[in-house]
Write a protein that binds this ligand. Structure first.
Ligand SMILES: Cc1cc2nc3c(=O)[nH]c(=O)nc-3n(C[C@H](O)[C@H](O)[C@H](O)COP(=O)(O)OP(=O)(O)OC[C@H]3O[C@@H](n4cnc5c(N)ncnc54)[C@H](O)[C@@H]3O)c2cc1C
Length: 382
């Protein structure tokens, strides 16, 4: 283990590993520190949807940011397979956002006016395509370009790729304390102090403390999500289905991932019977036949939400060289490639689109007044 790095990244989920991959590939010596094993928190819980059109209603800057990230995946799939031998499980059968009542149908038809690349299917057309859907499904918007990936494989591939480009990974070691030192930072782990020119906080749902310890208000909204999977004995549909914030994602290996509940400010990762039964009732009302299929697994994770639902990516307003890359809420898998690229561009001083910088800036959700920019040169964390 070296003791000095160009960049130290706190957090080895998909966001930290993507940043490490992009930095090391660009020749910047970056190390990742994770308190657990890399990729075992929110990243492990995700279904892996690249839901550009389920997550957006307007063709705005954020929509374009999501599109850019999704589009990066096809090149990355090849690049990471060649470099690391890992298949990231990119599939492109598209997504169907289903309307289960007239109000949802109206909303989806409006959405279709905004995104004319999507295709509306009425009820009969939809059931002809997927006969197992219940009569409640009165139409759907087909999003042919939006697929999904296997999140743990993407994270592992970024991790191994970063290591092959000269990066480092320190696992099972918590960042306890950070201190500004001449021109950079001292980063205290459980048993060693490292130094770095720059530090990135990519600590997922636990990122709030880094805002507080650096004198900012905490904009992170940890949001628990519960999921389960089944192993259907036949192919009901190849597309991912999405409705009313629930989804079914058929994976290439035959599993179907079904999610997810949503509980803001709940960080407990116990999967509850009540959570799963509510989820099952919702999902089986749309695809009743799945009730008879073998149950496989269940789990939960905590999404790193933010107060306005958007990621927080950029430099601390007062601390040069201290960056945040967090708050990706339910889009961290979708946005991992573009986040890695953006943080790399910010660090190597490449030109960054100012509309994106403003949209994602850490300062945007800080209310005025109080001691928001007061900080000490030494911060403590548990
Ligand atoms: C049920 C569920 C379903 C989801 N489905 C999707 C989906 O389909 N598509 C999508 O795009 N997104 C989805 N998401 C969201 C996505 O999983 C997250 O946005 C993404 O994983 C966030 O990645 P991260 O690296 O920021 O956080 P994490 O993966 O949580 O990684 C943060 C890491 O930081 C480490 N850490 C924290 N504090 C410290 C410290 N002090 N020192 C060292 N290490 C520390 C943790 O151990 C952890 O490994 C889903 C999330 C959930 C919970």
């Amino acid at each position: 283990m070296d003791s000095h790095y160009d960049v130290l990244i706190m957090g080895g989920g998909i966001i930290g590993q993507s940043i490490s991959y992009h930095l090391n590939k660009a020749g910047v010596k970056a190390g990742v520190i994770d308190k657990n094993k890399s990729g075992q928190q929110a990243t492990r819980a995700a279904a892996g949807m690249l839901g550009v059109h389920t997550e957006n209603r307007e063709d705005d800057t954020f929509y374009q940011f999501c599109r850019r990230s999704r589009n990066l995946y096809s090149g990355l799939s090849k690049e990471l397979r060649e470099l690391t031998g890992i298949d990231i499980g990119l599939t492109s059968f598209g997504m169907l956002e289903i309307a289960a009542n007239q109000e949802e149908k109206h909303e989806l038809l409006q959405k279709n006016k905004t995104f004319q690349n999507l295709k509306w299917l009425n009820g009969p057309q939809l059931r002809e395509r997927i006969p197992s859907l219940s009569k409640e499904a009165c139409g759907a918007l087909y999003m042919g370009e939006d697929g999904h990936v296997e999140p743990k494989n993407v994270c592992e591939a970024f991790k191994r790729g970063a290591l092959l480009y000269g990066g480092e990974l320190i696992e099972n070691n918590t960042v306890r304390k950070i201190k500004q030192s001449a021109g950079g930072y001292q980063v205290q782990l459980e048993d060693v102090i490292l130094t770095a020119d720059k530090v990135v906080a990519a600590t997922g749902a636990e990122s709030g403390k880094w805002f507080e310890f650096t004198g900012l208000q905490n904009p992170i909204v940890p949001t628990k999500g519960e999921c389960f999977s089944i192993q259907p004995t036949t192919t009901y549909f190849k597309e991912s289905l999405f409705f009313n914030n629930f989804y079914l994602v058929p994976k290439p290996d035959g599993r179907c991932i079904i999610g997810a509940t949503s509980k803001p400010y709940d960080q407990c990762t116990t999967t509850t019977a009540g959570g799963l039964s509510g989820l099952m009732n919702q999902v089986f009302s749309i695809v009743p036949d799945l009730k008879n299929e073998p149950f496989l697994d269940f789990w939960s994770g905590v999404r790193p939400g933010s107060l306005d639902g958007r990621p927080i990516i950029g430099e601390h307003p007062n601390l040069s060289g201290f960056l945040f890359a967090t708050g990706h809420y339910r889009n961290g898998i979708l946005l991992a490639p573009v986040t890695g690229q953006l943080v790399k561009d910010l660090i190597v001083n490449q030109t960054v689109d100012s509309s994106i910088q403003d949209l994602l800036s850490p300062i945007r959700i800080q209310t005025s007044g109080g001691s928001k920019y007061e900080y000490s040169s030494e911060w403590q964390t548990c």
